[in-house]
Structure formats: C-alpha cells, structure tokens
Design a protein around this ligand. Structure first.
Ligand code: AHR
Length: 634
C-alpha cells in the first residue's frame, strides 16, 4: 500500500523564513578549546584547577623538559606577580642550568598532540618576565616524543621583571599530529611565564585569535540561518553563586559574557559544566564575528539565574538578579550600540565598529522550576523591552518534549505573553517519525516555537532520515515554528560528553555525520512558502520496541490489520493480524523461533529477549533496532 500525495500549489501556505534552520554551538565535547577555537596549547594560562576536573592543577597539560644538563623547578603560582587580576596563576621556573643547557616545560595540546603541516606557519606568543639581570634566553621548538623536530628552534631573550609579550613564527618542516611545544629558559634566576600560545597562521577568514579552518568551513557550508550560543547547560551553571567582584570570580559560575571579551590575557577562565576548563578565548566578540562571517543571525542566550540541566536552584539574591539583567542590557549595547556607548566602544576597540545586529536573545536553558523561571524571565524581558523594544526575548520550556514541567512552562509563557518558546528534545528516530505532526495542532495565537535543540538518538543513516522527515513537519508549520537547530554541533573524539553530534573531529581531521548532511541539505534549500498538500491511502508506520512505545499502544488501535516485528535488515520476524483484538498470539515467521518467554503477550521487558534473539546478548534495551511495521487502512 502506498500514499497518494496531492499538492495544492494554488493555495498559499505559511512563509518560511531564511532563518528557519540554524545551528546551536555549545562548548561541550571540546567544541571550543581544542575544537573550533584554533589555539593549539592546552592550559596556556596555567589556570586549570581541581574544580574544572578532579585531579587537574595548574600544570595539567604540561610536563617539564630539559636540554643538555639543564635543571630547575616548575611551579604554578597564584601570586602578586600575576599578569592580570583575572588571569591569576602563572608559571614560575627557578632556573639552575649550566651554560649551554636549558630547563622548561612542554605542552602536547589537545588529544594526541599538536598537529602541524609541512610548509605551514604557526605563530607563537608568550608573556614573560625574569629577575636575571642580563635577561633569560628563551628557546621554543616543536618536536615529538621521539625527539624529531618539526620546526627549527626559535630564540629570544626575556628582559626585565615586568610582563612583556614576546612573539615569533615557526614554519613546519614536516607534517605530524603528535608534536609538542617546548619552552625552555637558560641560565639561572626566576623566569615567569603566562599565556603560552600557538596558533596556525591560517585560521577561518584569517582572523587573529581565530577559528580552526576545517571546522569553521564545515559549519559555514551548512549555510545556517542563525547561530544560537553559547549553550546549553553551560549557560546556567552555578548561576545561584554569590558573585563577589572583590574576590574576583567563583569557579563554576554561570556563563557571563563580560568574562569573555577584551584582550585574551585578561579573560578569566571558568569550570565548564561538562567537566573541563573554558579559556573563553572563543568569547562573545568571536562568536558574533563568526556569525557574521557565515551569514548567520547571532542569537545569544544569557543565564536566567536558575540552574537548569538536572539541578533545581534559583537565586534568592535580588541584587544578583539585577546585575545579570544589567549584563543582558549591556550585552545588547555591546552587540548593537553606537561606538560612543560604553559597550559599543569596547566592541569597536576589539575591531568591529559596526553593530552585529542582534534581534533575538534567549533567557535561560532547560530550567526545571517553571514558576521561578517565569518570574525571572518576565524581569529580564520587561527590562530588555523597555530599553530595546525591537528585541525579541525567548523563553524556554525546560528539558522535555512534554510532561508537567513542560506544560507549566508553556502555560506561564502564554500567560506572560512570551513571543517565542525554546523547546528541546532528544528522542528515538521512531519518535521523530511519529511526531511529524507535532506542531500541526499548536495554538497559532500563542507564542511561537524555537526548536533550539533536537536530535534522534543513535548515529545511523536511519537517524538522519527520521530527522529529515521531522524537519518537513517543522517547515509545514513555519507559521508557528520560527527556528530550529540540531544539537550538539561539534564533538572531539577523545572528549565527548554527549552523542550523537553533528560534526566530529580529532586534532587534524573532521567529518560530518549523516545528520550533518541532512542539515546541510535543508539549510541550503530553505523554501519560500509551504505548498499545502494532503496524503491519503494506507499508512505504513515504523515503530520502535522499547522507549515507551510498544505493542500495547498498537493493540488498542483496532484498525491495524497487519503488524510485524522486523529485524534491522527489514526481515519480518513476527506477525499479528489483530484478529483476536489484541497483541497476543504472535505468529513467528520462518527461522525466528518463539518471540517471548511470556508466550506472546508483549511486555516492555521482552525487548531484551527480542534484541538478544536478533543481535546477540550484548544489545541494550535502549537500542531501537527492532521495529514494528503496521499497516492500517487510513
Ligand atoms: O546539547 C547538549 C545539552 O543538551 C545541552 O547543553 C542542554 O541544553 C541539553 O540538555
């Protein structure tokens, strides 16, 4: 049985905005440091701590190294000689090396090492000071564990006991993905180092402090309508913390955009929700610039002063809330304000006098406390609209696709007149197929939907197809769904906290998933208008076994006249014609044996038995490799 699809081009369907499909960037899976941000040195500012990850410290990512009979000690210090009040820890090398030798530290970058290509140039910089009266000779070189050199050594002399930035360039003499950067001081005395940095000369659009070219180009090829950033769960982390400007910056604080602008050596790093350090080298200026470079509308998300993502806390500090509301106002000034304004001037000083054109801003991410969230949302929204009436402030609906928290968020959004609500869900491919019509019945007079995060779970071709099918449902409802973005965008193979992901990479290669290809297809072919159509005829629907949707659902649907359980290759294993009115009495088909110990009555626990039957004992119940195919007469 098949469909008959009837298109009605004479009827005018909803317009589809160019910004319908975009991307969501979050610093998860090493997406920023070690990923899109092209910096090759890990822990360049010696700021890693045990709060970032248990066992980490200022020398994480570094080992000591010597040349000849060089000797000394290497200690990280949060002391009064610091480079900046917000970049507090530095490396102190007590040098005791005889002439002709040197002592120092070595960094292996992210993943397996630093990747360099023969003939390409790499710019290094290091902030340094020394108490040696005649200065301290400094040597920098890229080599590997076997001692093979990939550059000739670069020499300079550090002079004076005040911080100075020293710079230079390597040209790689061979290609490797396993180099280390060594920085060695000669002689005696105390040499202090901070912000030891190495960038490829070639970055995306050759921006200084720029982005890794292959990753940025893959993202640009998507042709995204917008860029939602910087999170995700990292936005709200620790947002209940008492902010103490005098003490500086508690770790695991919420994502505060002011931490991330200005010269990189003045940006305070932070503990990341996903269990690593954020250097903020890729900060708000760089995000805005990237969005502009790829023709995407920037859609920043600010903390709502609640913790989300499985934590349930709201700030009870009205001053803290107000400071964050002011931060949101200042952010809009930073993005859009004239160069004569306080924050517009900062943007201009960073190299972009023209405004970045922010039109929409999100408040919060996946909060579990709808009432508290709604109160804070209104506080933010009212303050923003009072000063910037043209800005749309986006609310959100929590972490689920449905349920009590979701419903309460939506009820509050309707009650407080929110314009747009951000929905997130990660479900099975079958859920996406079954929910193609999710938005057909959404209230057109209420808030619109920004589907800010979604993905079907697993990484198969069928996932991409289910997402593609679902996206047709988004476009069909373009009058109520204004934006959508798959998530997460990027993942480093050696540090992935979340799967599936759209683009994968290691230190010298990157590749898109099948979902990436679907996203690219849709973003590069956004329609102008929906052509109304209807499908009639028999309906063939694949269903998963497990995940809450099982035969019991089907058993109640009297109109099914043939239901089959199929293996991943499509082989039908069991059939039931529902002649007995329920899902008992399954007929095993050739070569499959009986399908459950319970004698045919389906229960959720039979999923494991079925999976074992088809694929062996190591298959989890969350695998959706078995499908139900049901034919019913429409
Ligand atoms: O996309 C990964 C995470 O999923 C996001 O940080 C969060 O918003 C969601 O739970």
């Amino acid at each position: 049985p098949g469909y008959t699809i009837t298109a009605r081009p004479a009827e005018v369907g909803p317009a589809i905005a160019d910004t319908m499909h975009g991307i969501f960037f979050e610093d998860i899976n090493d997406a920023a440091d070690g990923g899109l941000y092209a910096e090759l040195v890990r822990n360049r500012s010696f700021e890693f701590t045990g709060t970032d990850r248990a066992g980490w410290n200022g020398l994480t990512g570094w080992t000591t190294t010597t040349q000849g009979r060089g000797s000394g000690t290497a200690t990280t210090v949060d002391g009064s000689a610091r480079l900046d009040e917000r970049n507090r820890t530095y490396l102190e090398l007590a040098l005791t090396s005889p002439a002709g030798s040197a002592f120092g530290v070595r960094n292996a970058g992210y993943g397996d090492g630093i990747a360099v290509q023969k003939g390409k140039r790499y710019d290094f910089s290091v902030w340094a000071r020394t108490d040696a009266r005649n200065g301290t000779p400094l040597t920098l070189v890229l080599d590997d564990a076997a001692g093979k050199r990939y550059t000739s050594p670069q020499h300079l002399v550090v002079r004076g006991d005040g911080w100075v930035k020293y710079t230079g360039t390597f040209t790689a003499t061979a290609t490797t993905n396993a180099a280390r950067l060594s920085v060695l001081g000669s002689g005696s005395g105390t040499l202090r180092l901070d912000m030891v940095s190495l960038f490829p000369r070639e970055t995306f659009k050759n921006r200084p402090n720029g982005l890794r070219k292959d990753l940025a180009e893959k993202i640009a090829a998507l042709n995204p309508g917008f860029l939602r950033f910087p999170g995700g769960c990292i936005v709200n982390t620790g947002s209940h913390e008492a902010y103490d400007a005098a003490a500086g910056y508690p770790r695991a604080r919420s994502y505060q955009w002011k931490d991330t602008v200005g010269p990189v050596e003045t940006r305070a790093t932070n503990a990341n929700f996903w269990g690593y350090n954020q250097s903020y080298g890729l900060g708000y200026f760089e995000y805005f610039q990237f969005a502009e470079d790829i023709g995407a509308e920037p859609v920043p998300v600010v903390p709502a002063m609640l913790t989300g993502c499985g934590q349930n806390q709201a700030t009870d500090d009205p001053e803290l809330l107000q400071r964050h509301v002011q931060d949101a106002l200042d952010l809009i000034e930073f993005a859009n304000g004239p160069v004569t304004s306080t924050w517009g001037r900062v943007r201009a000083q960073m190299g972009h006098p023209a405004p970045f054109g922010v039109r929409r801003i999100g408040v919060g991410n996946e909060e579990n406390l709808p009432a508290e969230y709604a109160a804070n949302f209104v506080t933010f929204r009212d303050a923003i609209e009072a000063r910037y009436p043209d800005i749309t402030v986006i609310a959100n609906s929590g972490p689920d696709d449905s349920g009590a928290v979701f419903d309460a968020h939506w009820a509050a959004a309707r009650a407080n007149g929110a314009e747009v609500v951000d929905e997130h869900y990660y479900n099975s491919p079958a859920w996406f197929l079954q929910n193609n019509g999710r938005y057909d019945s959404y209230d057109r007079s209420g808030p619109q939907v920004f589907l800010g995060e979604y993905a079907s779970l697993d990484s198969k071709l069928s996932n991409a197809l289910a997402e593609a099918a679902f996206m047709t449902g988004l476009e069909r409802n373009a009058d109520v769904v204004t934006m959508s973005s798959y998530a997460p965008l990027l993942a480093h193979v050696d540090n992935a906290q979340w799967k599936p992901d759209m683009i994968w990479f290691d230190n010298d290669q990157s590749w898109g998933s099948t979902s990436y290809e679907v996203q690219k297809l849709f973003m590069n072919n956004v329609g102008d208008r929906v052509v109304p159509s209807t499908a009639t005829g028999a309906v063939l629907q694949p269903q998963p076994i497990g995940g809450g949707i099982g035969l019991s659902t089907w058993a109640t649907a009297a109109s099914y006249d043939d239901v089959r359980v199929s293996a991943p290759d499509g082989t039908a294993l069991f059939a039931d014609d529902f002649s007995d009115g329920n899902a008992t009495g399954w007929t095993p088909l050739a070569g499959t044996g009986t399908w459950s110990a319970a004698g045919g009555a389906y229960t959720q626990s039979d999923t494991a038995a079925l999976n074992t039957l088809v694929k062996g004992p190591d298959v989890g119940t969350s695998d959706y490799d078995l499908t139900l195919k049901a034919t019913k007469t429409a």
